[in-house]
Design a protein around this ligand. Structure first.
Ligand code: NAD
Ligand code: ZN
Length: 242
């Protein structure tokens, strides 16, 4: 398959399923985990902060990190990649589905609606006692940790941490959408980690086309129908003829 074939397949597809990872937000200035942490945080690896153990040991430290990431994403804007996916949803309607591993909330801010956030998001918190989910206050009004409006309990970041399970309903919806897809797009994700690989094979195993957009080759590349070796925004522009 070449770029022209990939464009035709995408244009003709009635069902399109998309998976995005940290790479699609790189052009909004949000670092991927492979980019080094900066300043004070350079002493920590994300794996040592994004875990139930880390939170149990030092909730204040973990909340400070998330509060900083929350400020950073609220100061960032969705980029052309997020916007083109929101536009594709308008065009494909019911046949469109977007699953993201990102926690930055940028797809929702770009207007995507048929969206599942497999790893939660930075813009909400979840009560440790009654599990209620609430939006965080605006960054300038926010001092962590937030407390639950219903029960007064401490709230934790609404993120799926290392060692925790992905939300089952969201994952099932994603698997169904990828199984039914004529064309699936895997954008800005290294593809080594579940569920990226699993979702791509849901589509491939049923004869669908899977197109990757990533400036770098990934472990998935050899198995996929076609790879666009570009950034997310440029790759989507090429595929959509925008
Ligand atoms: P990852 O494993 O998804 O890898 C990032 C991928 O993006 C790499 O394959 C890289 O080649 C690609 N990439 C880099 N720049 C790109 C661009 N401009 N366009 C398209 N692709 C590009 O992500 P990770 O950073 O290792 O993160 C691991 C986990 O943490 C994932 O769940 C990830 O989504 C999450 N995370 C989320 C955010 C966010 O919400 N923005 C940021 C960091 C990490
Ligand atoms: Zn509560």
């Amino acid at each position: 398959m070449n770029l022209a074939d990939a464009r035709t397949a995408l244009a003709r597809a009635r069902r399109v399923a998309v998976l995005t990872g940290a790479g699609i937000s790189a052009e909004s200035g949000i670092p991927t985990f492979r980019d080094a942490q900066t300043g004070h945080w350079a002493r920590f690896k994300p794996e040592d902060l994004a875990s139930p153990d880390a939170y149990f040991r030092d909730p204040e430290l973990v909340w400070d990190w998330y509060a900083g990431r929350y400020r950073d994403v609220m100061a960032a804007m969705p980029n052309a990649g997020h916007n083109l996916l929101a536009q594709m949803e308008q065009e494909k309607g019911d046949g469109f589905f977007l699953a993201t591993q990102n926690v930055d909330g940028l797809h929702a801010r770009a207007g995507s609606k048929r969206l599942v956030e497999l790893h939660g998001n930075l813009t909400t918190a979840r009560c440790e006692v009654c599990h209620r989910v609430e939006d965080l206050p605006a960054p300038q009004d926010f001092t962590p940790p937030p407390t639950c409006a219903t029960c007064g309990g401490r709230m934790r970041p609404n993120i799926v941490w290392f060692g925790e399970f992905l939300p089952e309903a969201a994952l099932e919806a994603a698997a169904d959408a990828f199984a039914a897809a004529d064309v699936a797009l895997i954008i800005g994700t290294s593809g080594v980690v579940y569920p990226a690989a699993g979702l791509a094979f849901e589509t491939l195993d049923r004869g669908g086309t899977v197109i990757e957009i990533n400036p770098t080759e990934t472990d998935l590349t050899p198995r996929l129908s076609f790879s666009v070796r570009e950034t997310a925004a440029r790759g989507l522009e090429l595929l959509l003829g925008a």
